[in-house]
Design a protein around this ligand. Structure first.
Ligand SMILES: Nc1ncnc2c1ncn2[C@@H]1O[C@H](COP(=O)(O)OP(=O)(O)OP(=O)(O)O)[C@@H](O)[C@H]1O
Ligand SMILES: [Mg+2]
Length: 336
């Protein structure tokens, strides 16, 4: 057993001398491993597979090869097994698939929204004209409903265009911390009435960045609203900023004490129309729009749940404290 394999099992190479591999594997794994070994002996055919393994709560991917070794008589008398840790490659693969998915979703959403935008504008224009001309009060009311609902559609279309980065942004020099604080100040009072408090931990060394203040504020507000929605019983939101001079990035962190996000949902939260909220309470566009805006700033937005310890908001005594979700927005310092 070499050092890498021993490390992956959390053992020292010395301590395993003279022992069987099966002693170190999970009982389940032993069974499968022995079965496969037997098959290589029986068929003379090697195996090649990727297996997933949980170690210390971390998922590892191993690429495992078994090769039959034949003696002078041509019979298989040994099997050589080698395992390579491919966790990192697997993670890159997953990131790539996610990036490709978001790109094609963006194209689709942008295309549809673009096509619908023009006829929608015409419907709205005619509805408004007819409403003005209508003599009949009931007719005016009906046309008012058409007008209102068309505006709802127009908002969705505008959000989709935002997600696909087809809406124009107006970038200028702006202060990152101020932008975050403006959003926090805007919602703080209403959130407090719903027993959701906001704590801020700002990096005071923040330089000026180049961005669209209105759009970025929209991102912060979307993240704050989502955290609030996740905590109907109240809780705490932690908002932190930090400057990374080495990487030349500024980062905003939004974490909460809510119930967090299911592992299988983590990949979908940025998809347009993904929402776990009741109909009428969420369209599922907030994070898609935020994703589009951050992309337009050449940044990254990511999510993890539960919240890692260093970002966990401190909760007041007796307040419910769930695993929570952490949203991280990275923006480059210099995009010009
Ligand atoms: N802080 C959070 N805690 C738990 N779940 C979250 C959090 N933020 C987002 N989510 C999940 O991600 C989903 C998508 O969020 P998104 O903001 O895109 O849409 P929405 O909030 O459902 O609707 P909209 O923002 O359009 O009103 C949410 O429905 C929720 O399930
Ligand atoms: Mg939302």
């Amino acid at each position: 057993m070499n050092r890498a394999y021993a490390d992956s099992l959390g053992l020292s190479p010395e301590s395993v001398v003279g022992r069987k591999e099966t002693e170190f594997l999970d009982p389940e794994e032993v069974h499968i491993s022995e079965e496969k070994l037997a098959r290589v002996f029986a068929t003379g055919q090697g195996t090649r597979e990727e297996i997933r393994r949980k170690r210390d709560g971390r998922t590892m991917w191993m690429h495992v090869i078994r090769v039959p070794v034949r003696g002078h008589d041509g019979r298989v008398n040994a099997v050589l097994k080698s395992a390579r840790d491919v966790t990192e490659i697997k993670n890159y693969q997953a990131q790539l698939i996610q990036a490709q998915k978001m790109e094609s979703l963006g194209k689709l959403a942008g295309g549809v929204a673009h096509e619908i935008n023009t006829p929608l504008g015409i419907i709205l224009g005619y509805a408004q004209l007819l409403k003005e001309d209508a003599q009949d009060e009931a007719m005016r009311e009906d046309l008012g409903i058409v007008e209102k609902q068309t505006k709802v559609c127009r908002k969705i279309v505008a959000d989709l265009l935002g997600f696909s980065r087809q809406s124009v942004s107006e970038k200028q020099e702006m202060c990152f911390n101020n932008s975050v604080m403006e959003a926090v100040t805007l919602v703080r009072h209403t959130f407090e009435m719903e027993r959701v408090s906001i704590v801020t931990v700002l990096d005071e060394r923040m330089p000026i960045i180049y961005g669209d203040p209105e759009k970025l504020k929209q991102v912060w507000i979307n993240l704050l609203n989502n955290a609030r929605d996740a905590m109907p019983e109240g809780g705490t939101i932690r908002v932190a900023t930090s400057l990374n001079i080495g990487r030349r990035t500024v980062t905003a962190f939004f974490s909460d004490t809510g119930p967090g996000i299911e592992p299988e949902h983590l990949k979908k939260v940025f998809d347009p129309f993904f929402s776990t909220k009741a109909v009428g309470q969420g369209t599922g566009l907030g994070l898609s729009v935020s994703f589009g805006i951050v992309e337009d700033h050449e940044g990254d937005i990511t999510v993890t749940s539960p919240v890692p310890d260093e970002h966990r908001p401190e909760t007041e005594d007796g307040a419910p404290a769930g695993p929570g979700a952490l949203f991280t927005v990275d923006l480059p310092l210099d995009t010009s």
